[in-house]
Design a protein around this ligand. Structure first.
Ligand SMILES: [Zn+2]
Length: 323
């Protein structure tokens, strides 16, 4: 870490992604950005590392969360002098395990997977939600924050909404140092998965995660970002070329999907099998999220169209439909 104001704390997770970072910001109020995962191992590792810099858990006065995923909210219950926990309103629905929202969430995926023609053995969204509840933090937000808000006690730290990987995702830009606390929005070596989520109760359309992710990536160019402090992997120097490169790679992947659709009118499930023949069975949620992201993108670009046949969604190239 080059920035003396910010300490990186790294804890293990039970997930394939490996370790997750939290960041301690030694501002007017000692603030913790993200809170690891809810396991004993993570809490042990966390305590050891803050002790090593001369702090106790009770020195932490506020927590700010980048997004609702359990490897970022897990340890929020452990701080007895806490004055506030900030995050996106959607993060609070997860922490609260909001009944109405999750009934709607599961029903939404049931219907969606019917339309995507997904076989029943891959429909494990209830398990995914259960697993998130198991490892996420016990507690609630005290306040919600949105685009342009300044973190109380940290006057140079601004909130940037960066939905895509999660619709609740926020990043935090420190105007003075140029550091960006990026959560899972920007990682050094890979693009984050644009995870498929249900819309909010009362909203008709599901969020288009990949399209949102692209917008949020482009938005990074509006700030004078120097160092990126990500949720996983190494910290790195920000470069606009990284954004261009990521967007271009995604467009290339979309082109690959387009070539397939030109030859085959296909359901989302068929496209997913084609794109990820080795991985779709074991990592269905992630591979389907990536697939539907590319389909949304191609549809928004006017290259493909969707239509419904016997209750199942299919995609075809635009030109063929216009004959
Ligand atoms: Zn995440």
């Amino acid at each position: 870490m080059t920035h003396q104001l910010i300490h990186q704390i790294t804890v293990p997770t039970p997930y394939a992604v490996g370790d997750v970072h939290c960041y301690l910001y030694m501002g007017e109020k000692v603030t913790l950005f993200d809170a690891g995962v809810n396991t004993e191992e993570a809490w042990e590792a966390f305590q050891q590392q803050i002790n090593a810099i001369g702090l106790e858990p009770s020195d932490i006065k506020q927590i700010v969360l980048t997004h609702h995923h359990p490897d970022h909210t897990g340890l929020i219950e452990h701080f007895d002098q806490l004055e506030a926990i900030y995050g996106h309103p959607l993060t609070d629905l997860w922490l609260k395990e909001d009944c109405e929202y999750f009934q709607h969430y599961l029903a939404f995926f049931d219907q969606l997977y019917d339309r995507f023609d997904v076989p029943h053995q891959f429909r494990k969204i209830d398990k995914t939600v259960e697993n998130a509840f198991k490892y996420q933090g016990n507690g609630r937000l005290t306040d919600t924050i949105l685009e342009g808000d300044v973190i109380p006690g940290l006057p140079s730290m601004t909130v940037i909404e960066t939905p895509g990987h999660a619709q609740s995702h926020l990043s935090f830009y420190d105007r003075e140092s140029g550091s960006l606390i990026a959560g899972d929005h920007l990682l050094k070596h890979i693009s984050s998965n644009p995870i498929l989520e249900a819309p909010l109760v009362g909203e008709e359309e599901r969020p288009k995660s990949l399209i949102n992710y692209r917008k949020a990536m482009k938005k990074m160019k509006d700030y004078n970002i120097q160092e990126v402090l990500p949720g996983h992997g190494e910290t790195f120097h920000f470069n606009e070329k990284l954004i261009d490169h990521r967007l271009k790679r995604q467009e290339e992947r979309a082109e690959h999907v387009f070539e397939y659709i030109k030859e085959h009118r296909a359901t989302p499930y068929e496209v997913c099998q084609y794109l990820f023949p080795k991985h779709y069975e074991k990592q269905f949620g992630l591979t389907m999220s990536e697939t539907i992201g590319q389909l949304d993108y191609l549809e928004a670009e006017g290259k493909i169209k969707s239509y419904t046949e016997e209750g199942v969604l299919k995609y075809s190239p635009c030109k063929t439909l216009s004959y």
